[in-house]
Design a protein around this ligand. Structure first.
Ligand code: GDP
Ligand code: MG
Length: 178
């Protein structure tokens, strides 16, 4: 997880995880920050975030990534969650169409509360569950293109594309802000 000191870091970026409950946000974060995965779903108690140091070119970036405390269940994510965030991973579950249909709702919230130049990566998680897939990759790609988002399918379980999706977001933020 890294320490909380910014010594030796060139930049500190805040990014947020959003998306419906149960899509795998917390597991994506634990996989990325500590290489851990949990089979049971345990909503985070209180707002939690993790730090990860990433080297982009000759710069050292400290990414502070916020996870919801399960407020998304009650549609009660507040503007303070988004405050100062330069990026977001907007996560849906490829095996639950309703979570993909709600992407529009989350985009609306990002545009209401987030900064206008926030980097958003659309993430279709649980790509390992190919037998119960309800959302095709092509369809999601089209939506991402239409909305001007980056897009990636991931599996927190199999550790597929997890680091790549966070790095895509962080690299883009770096391009925009420096
Ligand atoms: P959150 O509510 O969005 O934070 O979702 P969680 O990270 O708590 O995950 C919800 C459930 O989905 C848990 O039972 C996880 O074990 C499971 N899960 C998360 N990511 C994956 C994945 O990539 N593949 C599979 N098969 N299950 C996953
Ligand atoms: Mg969670």
């Amino acid at each position: 997880m890294g320490d909380s000191y910014d010594e030796g870091c060139d930049y500190l970026f805040k990014a947020v995880l959003i998306g419906d409950s149960g899509v795998g946000k917390s597991n994506l974060l634990s996989r990325f920050s500590r290489d851990e995965f949990r089979l049971d779903s345990k909503p985070t108690i209180g707002v939690e975030f993790a730090y990860k140091n990433i080297r982009v070119g000759d710069k050292l970036i400290k990414a502070q990534i916020w996870d919801t405390a399960g407020q998304e269940r009650f549609r009660a994510i507040t503007s303070s969650y988004y405050r100062g965030a330069l990026g977001a991973l907007l996560v849906y579950d490829v095996t639950r169409r309703a979570t993909f249909d709600n992407v529009a709702k989350w985009l609306h919230e990002i545009r209401e509360f987030g900064s206008s130049d926030m980097v958003v990566v659309l993430v279709g998680n649980k790509s390992d569950l190919s037998n119960s897939r309800e959302v095709g990759e092509e369809e999601a790609k089209n939506l991402a293109e239409k909305e001007g988002l980056c897009f990636m399918e991931t599996s927190a379980l199999e550790n597929r594309n997890v680091e790549e999706s966070f790095l895509e977001m962080i690299t883009k933020i770096h391009e925009i802000t420096t």
